[in-house]
Design a protein around this ligand. Structure first.
Ligand code: 1GP
Length: 246
């Protein structure tokens, strides 16, 4: 079970890194070659998804499964982004928003199919933070992000998510964010909750990844930086490994 692995690594103080593959932004033909390089410095997890996807998600997940042993979790922007070929799914509820579609509706639509698939379902409280520009999540979900300086709101939202039974929390600044989630906010959420904390959005440098990990992220997510420069991703994985070796 992937969740057990996440908990196990966390209990040993091991930070984790996930590579986000957006099927629309990664050419199917080049994926095989990209994954060969990813396998040389493998992340702990691969997430597949995006706010809006027009490509066939099955093809991307199958290509990833065929070319790597890294566990694959769906990171869906909506209920149509489900592939039975994935190992599991982050069952995201957009807790920072007040749009019922993204709090519970897509979940009801997809729950029977997910149950049939037998894949691992990991309930995840998804909390959108202002990343300095309008993100695809904000636009597509028609919800407001929490302002970056409102740590108290993020913490209260995170605590509520844990109280509601979410197995993980995800602080999201939005793909390609100008400002990643502030360290003080990561620290605030980390110290007030006990479930694994995922942080993503705009983590495009070694320094930002170090900052997020040191502030309390258990899992950091990198998408955009890999799309722009796949060769740099190995450095990010090594950064997390170095933190773990300290
Ligand atoms: C976005 O958290 C992820 O949903 C990753 O963000 O693409 O900016 O790395 P980036």
């Amino acid at each position: 079970m992937i969740y057990e692995q996440i908990l196990s690594k966390r209990s040993r103080d091991k930070k984790q890194i996930a590579l986000l593959i957006d099927p629309d932004k990664t050419e199917q033909q080049s994926l095989e070659g990209l994954l060969r390089s990813v396998n040389r410095t493998p992340p702990d997890l691969i997430f597949v998804g995006g706010s809006l996807i027009s490509a066939n998600i099955d093809n991307t997940v199958k290509a990833v499964k065929d070319n790597t042993d890294i566990p694959v979790l769906l990171f869906p922007g909506s209920s149509i982004q489900i592939s039975r070929f994935a190992d599991g799914i982050l069952f995201l509820s957009l807790l920072s928003g007040r749009n019922p579609e993204f709090l519970i509706s897509h979940h009801v639509s997809s729950a029977p199919l997910l149950k049939l698939s037998g894949m691992e379902v990991i309930s995840t409280g998804y909390i959108l933070i202002d990343g300095g520009k309008v993100s695809s999540v904000e636009y597509m979900s028609n919800t407001k992000p929490i302002p970056g300086e409102k740590t108290d709101l993020a913490v209260a939202t995170a605590i509520a998510g844990e109280m509601m039974g979410m197995k993980m929390l995800y602080l999201e600044a939005g793909s390609g964010a100008l400002n990643s989630v502030p360290a003080s906010m990561i620290y605030g959420v980390k110290t007030q909750t006990t479930v694994p904390l995922i942080v993503g959005g705009g983590l495009n440098s070694v320094k930002k990844i170090e900052t997020a990990c040191n502030a309390g992220a258990d899992i950091v997510v990198v998408g955009n930086a890999f799309e722009k420069d796949p060769g740099s991703f190995g450095n990010f994985v090594n950064t997390v490994r170095d933190i773990n070796d300290q």
